[in-house]
Ligand binder design. Sequence first.
Ligand SMILES: Nc1ncnc2c1ncn2[C@@H]1O[C@H](COP(=O)(O)OP(=O)(O)O)[C@@H](O)[C@H]1O
Ligand SMILES: [Mg+2]
Length: 306
Amino acid sequence: MNVIETHGLTKHYNKGKIKALTNVSLTVPQGQIFSLLGPNGAGKTTLIKLLLTIVFPTSGSAKLLGKDISDYTSHFKLGYLAENHRFPEFLTARQVLYYYGKMSGVEKAKLDVKIPQLLELVNLGDWGDTKIRKFSKGMLQRMGIAQALTNDPELLFLDEPTDGIDPVGRREIRDLLQELRNQGKTIFLNSHLLSEVERISDSVAILKHGELIRQGTVEDFISIKKQYLLQIAEGNETLKNICKTNEIPLISQNGHFIVSVHDDAHLNHLIDRLREKEIVIQGITPRKISLEDFFIDVIEEKAEVV
Ligand SMILES: Nc1ncnc2c1ncn2[C@@H]1O[C@H](COP(=O)(O)OP(=O)(O)O)[C@@H](O)[C@H]1O
Ligand SMILES: [Mg+2]
């Protein structure tokens, strides 16, 4: 089952001058960690706000847990960690969780049992009676995740949960998210850092200037490990066609071509097809690539995905 479905979701501000999100259609299956990636300003927060009806779409529609987003009854099954959230600093960690739990409609008796468990889960078991003002950024983010879990949601929205946190804190959050997925929850994660989420995400979508430019499983992205810079004398169109039929991603950059292949056999298959068409190959140079580089290539204007 898909827990999130959007159809042509669009949000334009200022009479269309600011295109925060344009025609986004995506689906998120149950039980996954789904990461929405893109640079700052790409429209990630806007998408979450639309799904939670904090803002309303210019056009398009969406469903959460099988119901149209206008049906608020599904909100009781959702958890939300807002970007740059602020808790009242004069409250203790425990008081914050009661406060948010009550706002989510959870009875006090249930919270009495749940809150100590949540504090343990996010590694703040010894900090329940400490005031929020004493907390580090990493502790505040973990509090934010605990807050989003008070109503035991099926679907969690986390907007930049690791932003501004040191590497140890980030790792703790990644471990926590995996544990929540193992409990069967679906997690929708926004991040501007690919390296942060690539290790834990089941599927990934990339937004750029409000448009969805890539969507797939992490394997789809990770399988693109080997890249070669290919120089050919002529036959650009033939190369494009061969890559298309053989599902070899091709990027054109500064007059050169970059092909992405799984392994040497895959590369040689491409060479055979090119030679069959009598394309003269002038050079093939291996190019080191990380998933991060690939992400940046796709995001930056300099690389055109053919
Ligand atoms: N309330 C608003 N009014 C006008 N423009 C907005 C508003 N909210 C967001 N935007 C603009 O929409 C674009 C997408 O923003 P946002 O969704 O916050 O991006 P991200 O979360 O990917 O950084 C940005 O250009 C931002 O300035
Ligand atoms: Mg944002």
